[in-house]
Design a protein around this ligand. Structure first.
Ligand code: IVH
Length: 685
């Protein structure tokens, strides 16, 4: 393939991939299978590797994220990003409608005297557009010469964070606009995390012992603030564009025409919107949206109402904060009032202390709520929740009940402030503050509460799945000092179990059999069950498959760990630290002695020789066998694999179509082996 041919093919593949992204993420009508999509993507990635000068910054291959940033640059918005005035009642909507009518009547008199007095009195029919208010994070996205130039948060309205690399991961957002779109254009929209993705992310985080997000907006904001865009790429964010910022040659006279223009540009917009011509129609549209908004795949917290005529919008202008031609109507969230009966602290498996309010049971969106999370110390103090307070609880993002407001006006003076403990309530160890995760932790590894939760996690259905080893038994085992860690379970004796409350001979036999049976569970279940911070079941599977044995996993360097799909810096560091902790090393040895399954059976790496011990390999280009085959060979002869070429690299194993790694190796004078050379090297063993 010549350079020109490659350039043409890259242009074709880029356009195709973006078209298929749009079909999949925006139109929800894919034309090709995921596999076919992946093939096109791979072809593009390979071409870019071979012809690095042809790789563009806006290539679909870059949607997977790049090197972490150290901080966000600032971007000054060419036009200020305003906010909207909120209204909470139909009466306020009527006020808004009247205000706009009056304002526009003034315009009539200003430009030309009214034709007749009656028309002046009632005013002309005013058209407005009603659309959902998406509860996400506001962004401005700028295209220059039809290509995505930057994306920024609102910030203070004047300057925001440059979050381009993160926004680029949003598959539904085009990286290029059609040539018929305005060349330089800025759109404003709302980035959100679809509800299903939010729930999956929270389930994963809970599993991995990470704090969960309170609602999809928080998870979106948290995701957009990540400095490592590779992590962002794994969280499926989406965007809905609702308007234009600074744009050259925008040809439109009415707000409603903007929807067609967004479609023309391939920019995702709200599928539902309504044009209304009177206050009655306006209120009806707001109610209609409320009747189905909970069925939408994203959170909406209101309706946005905008004047249809763009000339009238300009005429009314803005205040320093918000346009006069638009407003947000906020739906009342599902809330209920109830009383806080007590506040308790839960100690999680990783030692995080979470304050929880016990409540007088109250019905809220169809379920009885008797507990609500207070999230963390900072939140608790900010809201100043006291025992005895009348509080408003809400299904935050319709999901986890949370205390949103304290009715301080209802206080009698007998309410008791809650003092966040400085000692762990379970073991009295002084707690430590973890500023990164806004968490307070009990640092005592042997804290009975952590011990219990770790054991519960180990035996849970998602991990080692030990039937009969539920919360109550774990509680007793820990209290009676019979089990302090997972390995202790495998040396439990029937006599000691029989001495426990309500333990019959039969149930003891069953429990011991279930424990014994669990030694045969696949490796990933044990890796997950160990409860390594940040390692959920998905990462546990990926790690077990990649390394094949627990020993290989335990020996892996951070670099090795980073080579595993779906493992980022945070997980890699956590896994690495875990296996270097003497307490954990001992635990692993005892689990091995107990006969647990230490290999995944799929990619078992058994040392064949030590020919390659001390040598580090980097693999690049297309080889005759899948990469895993060579990785396996290298490891089984004692060698190590690394993802990037450096002075420490012993050999670059190089196939056809090698790219920058080959250049780097040649530059550094690293030995370059073809497949034949590699086999010859091994044959020396
Ligand atoms: S139009 C001048 N339309 O709500 C601002 N905003 O509370 C015009 N929002 O800043 C904004 N959905 O971030 C508009 N359909 C929608 C929206 C929407 C959500 C956000 C937006 C705005 C905030 C105001």
């Amino acid at each position: 393939m010549t350079h020109d041919q490659a350039a043409a093919r890259i242009i074709f593949l880029t356009a195709e991939l973006e078209r298929h992204n749009r079909l999949y993420y925006v139109a929800a009508h894919p034309e090709i299978t995921d596999r076919e999509f992946d093939q096109l993507m791979r072809e593009l990635a390979d071409l870019e590797k071979t012809w690095p000068d042809l790789a563009s910054e806006n290539s679909p291959t870059r949607r997977v994220g790049g090197q972490p940033l150290t901080g966000f640059q600032q971007i000054t918005h060419p036009e200020r990003m305003l906010s909207l005035d909120n209204t909470y009642s139909e009466a306020e909507v009527a006020d808004f409608y009247q205000r706009v009518s009056k304002g526009l009547a003034a315009r009539q008199t200003a430009s030309a005297p009214p034709v007749d007095d009656l028309l002046a009195a009632i005013g002309p029919a005013i058209e407005m557009i009603v659309e959902p208010k998406i509860d996400g994070v506001a962004v401005a996205v700028r295209y220059e010469n039809h290509a995505l130039k930057y994306a920024a948060t609102r910030g203070d309205g004047t300057t925001g964070d440059d979050i381009t690399v993160n926004v680029r991961t949003i598959r539904g957002l085009p990286l290029r606009l059609p040539s018929t779109a305005p060349a330089n254009l800025e759109v404003r929209g709302e980035v959100y995390m679809p509800n299903a993705a939010f729930e999956a992310l929270n389930a994963q985080r809970a599993e991995a012992g990470d704090p969960v997000f309170a609602n999809p907006r928080n998870s979106t904001a948290g995701t957009l603030k990540l400095l490592d865009s590779r992590l962002v790429a794994r969280r499926p964010l989406a965007i809905i564009v609702h308007g234009f910022g600074n744009t050259d040659g925008l040809q439109a006279t009415r707000q409603e025409e903007l929807f067609a223009l967004l479609d023309h540009c391939g920019l995702p917009r709200t599928p539902w919107w309504k044009k209304v011509r009177s206050l009655t129609e306006l209120l009806a549209a707001i109610r209609e949206l409320d009747s189905f908004r909970r069925t939408l795949p994203y959170e909406t917290d209101g309706a946005v109402v905008k004047l249809n005529s763009l000339a009238d919008q300009r005429f009314l202008g803005t205040t320093s904060k918000a346009p006069r031609w638009a407003m947000a109507f906020k739906y009342a969230p599902e809330q209920a009032e109830t009383r806080v009966t007590s506040i308790e602290i839960q100690v999680g498996r990783t030692g995080v202390l979470t304050p929880v309010a016990n409540l007088t049971p109250v019905l809220l969106s169809g379920t009885t709520v008797s507990r609500a999370t207070l999230h963390n110390e900072e939140e608790l103090q900010r809201k100043d929740v006291r025992v005895g307070d009348l509080v408003v609880v809400e299904k935050a993002g319709e999901i986890i009940p949370a205390v949103v407001e304290v009715r301080k006006d209802q206080r009698t003076g007998s309410e008791a402030s809650f003092v966040f403990p400085t000692l762990c309530p379970a073991c009295q160890t002084p707690v430590v503050r973890d500023p990164v995760q806004v968490a307070v932790r009990c640092p005592n590894f042997r804290c009975p509460e952590q011990v219990k939760r770790r054991l519960q996690h180990f035996s849970s259905r998602g991990a080692m799945d030990i039937a009969g080893l539920g919360e109550a038994i774990v509680e007793q085992l820990v209290s009676a000092n019979l089990a302090m860690d997972a390995a202790d379970l495998y040396s439990l004796r029937p006599e000691s179990l029989l001495a426990l409350d309500r333990s019959g001979r039969k149930s003891v036999e069953n429990l011991l059999a279930a424990i014994q049976k669990s030694t045969q569970q696949p490796l990933w279940r044990m890796v997950f069950g160990l409860g390594i911070l940040h390692v959920g079941s998905t990462s546990a599977r990926a790690l077990a498959t990649h390394f094949g044995t627990l020993d290989a996993l335990a020996a892996a360097s951070i670099e090795d760990l980073l080579r595993v799909d779906d493992v980022g810096e945070v997980v890699a560091r956590s896994v690495h630290d875990y296996f270097r902790h003497p307490e954990n090393i001992q635990l692993i040895d005892r689990l091995r002695a107990a006969g647990l399954n230490f290999s995944s059976g799929t990619a078992t790496t058994t040392a064949v020789s030590t020919t390659l011990t001390g040598q580090t390999f980097v693999i690049t280009g297309t080889l005759s066998q899948p990469r895993e085959y060579f990785e396996e060979l290298i490891r089984s002869h004692g060698g190590k694999i690394s993802g990037s070429v450096s002075k420490k690299t012993s050999h670059l194993l190089c196939g056809t179509d090698a790219g920058s790694k080959l250049d780097k190796a040649l530059g550094l004078g690293v030995s370059v082996l073809k497949e034949d050379d590699f086999h010859a090297l091994l044959a020396k063993s």
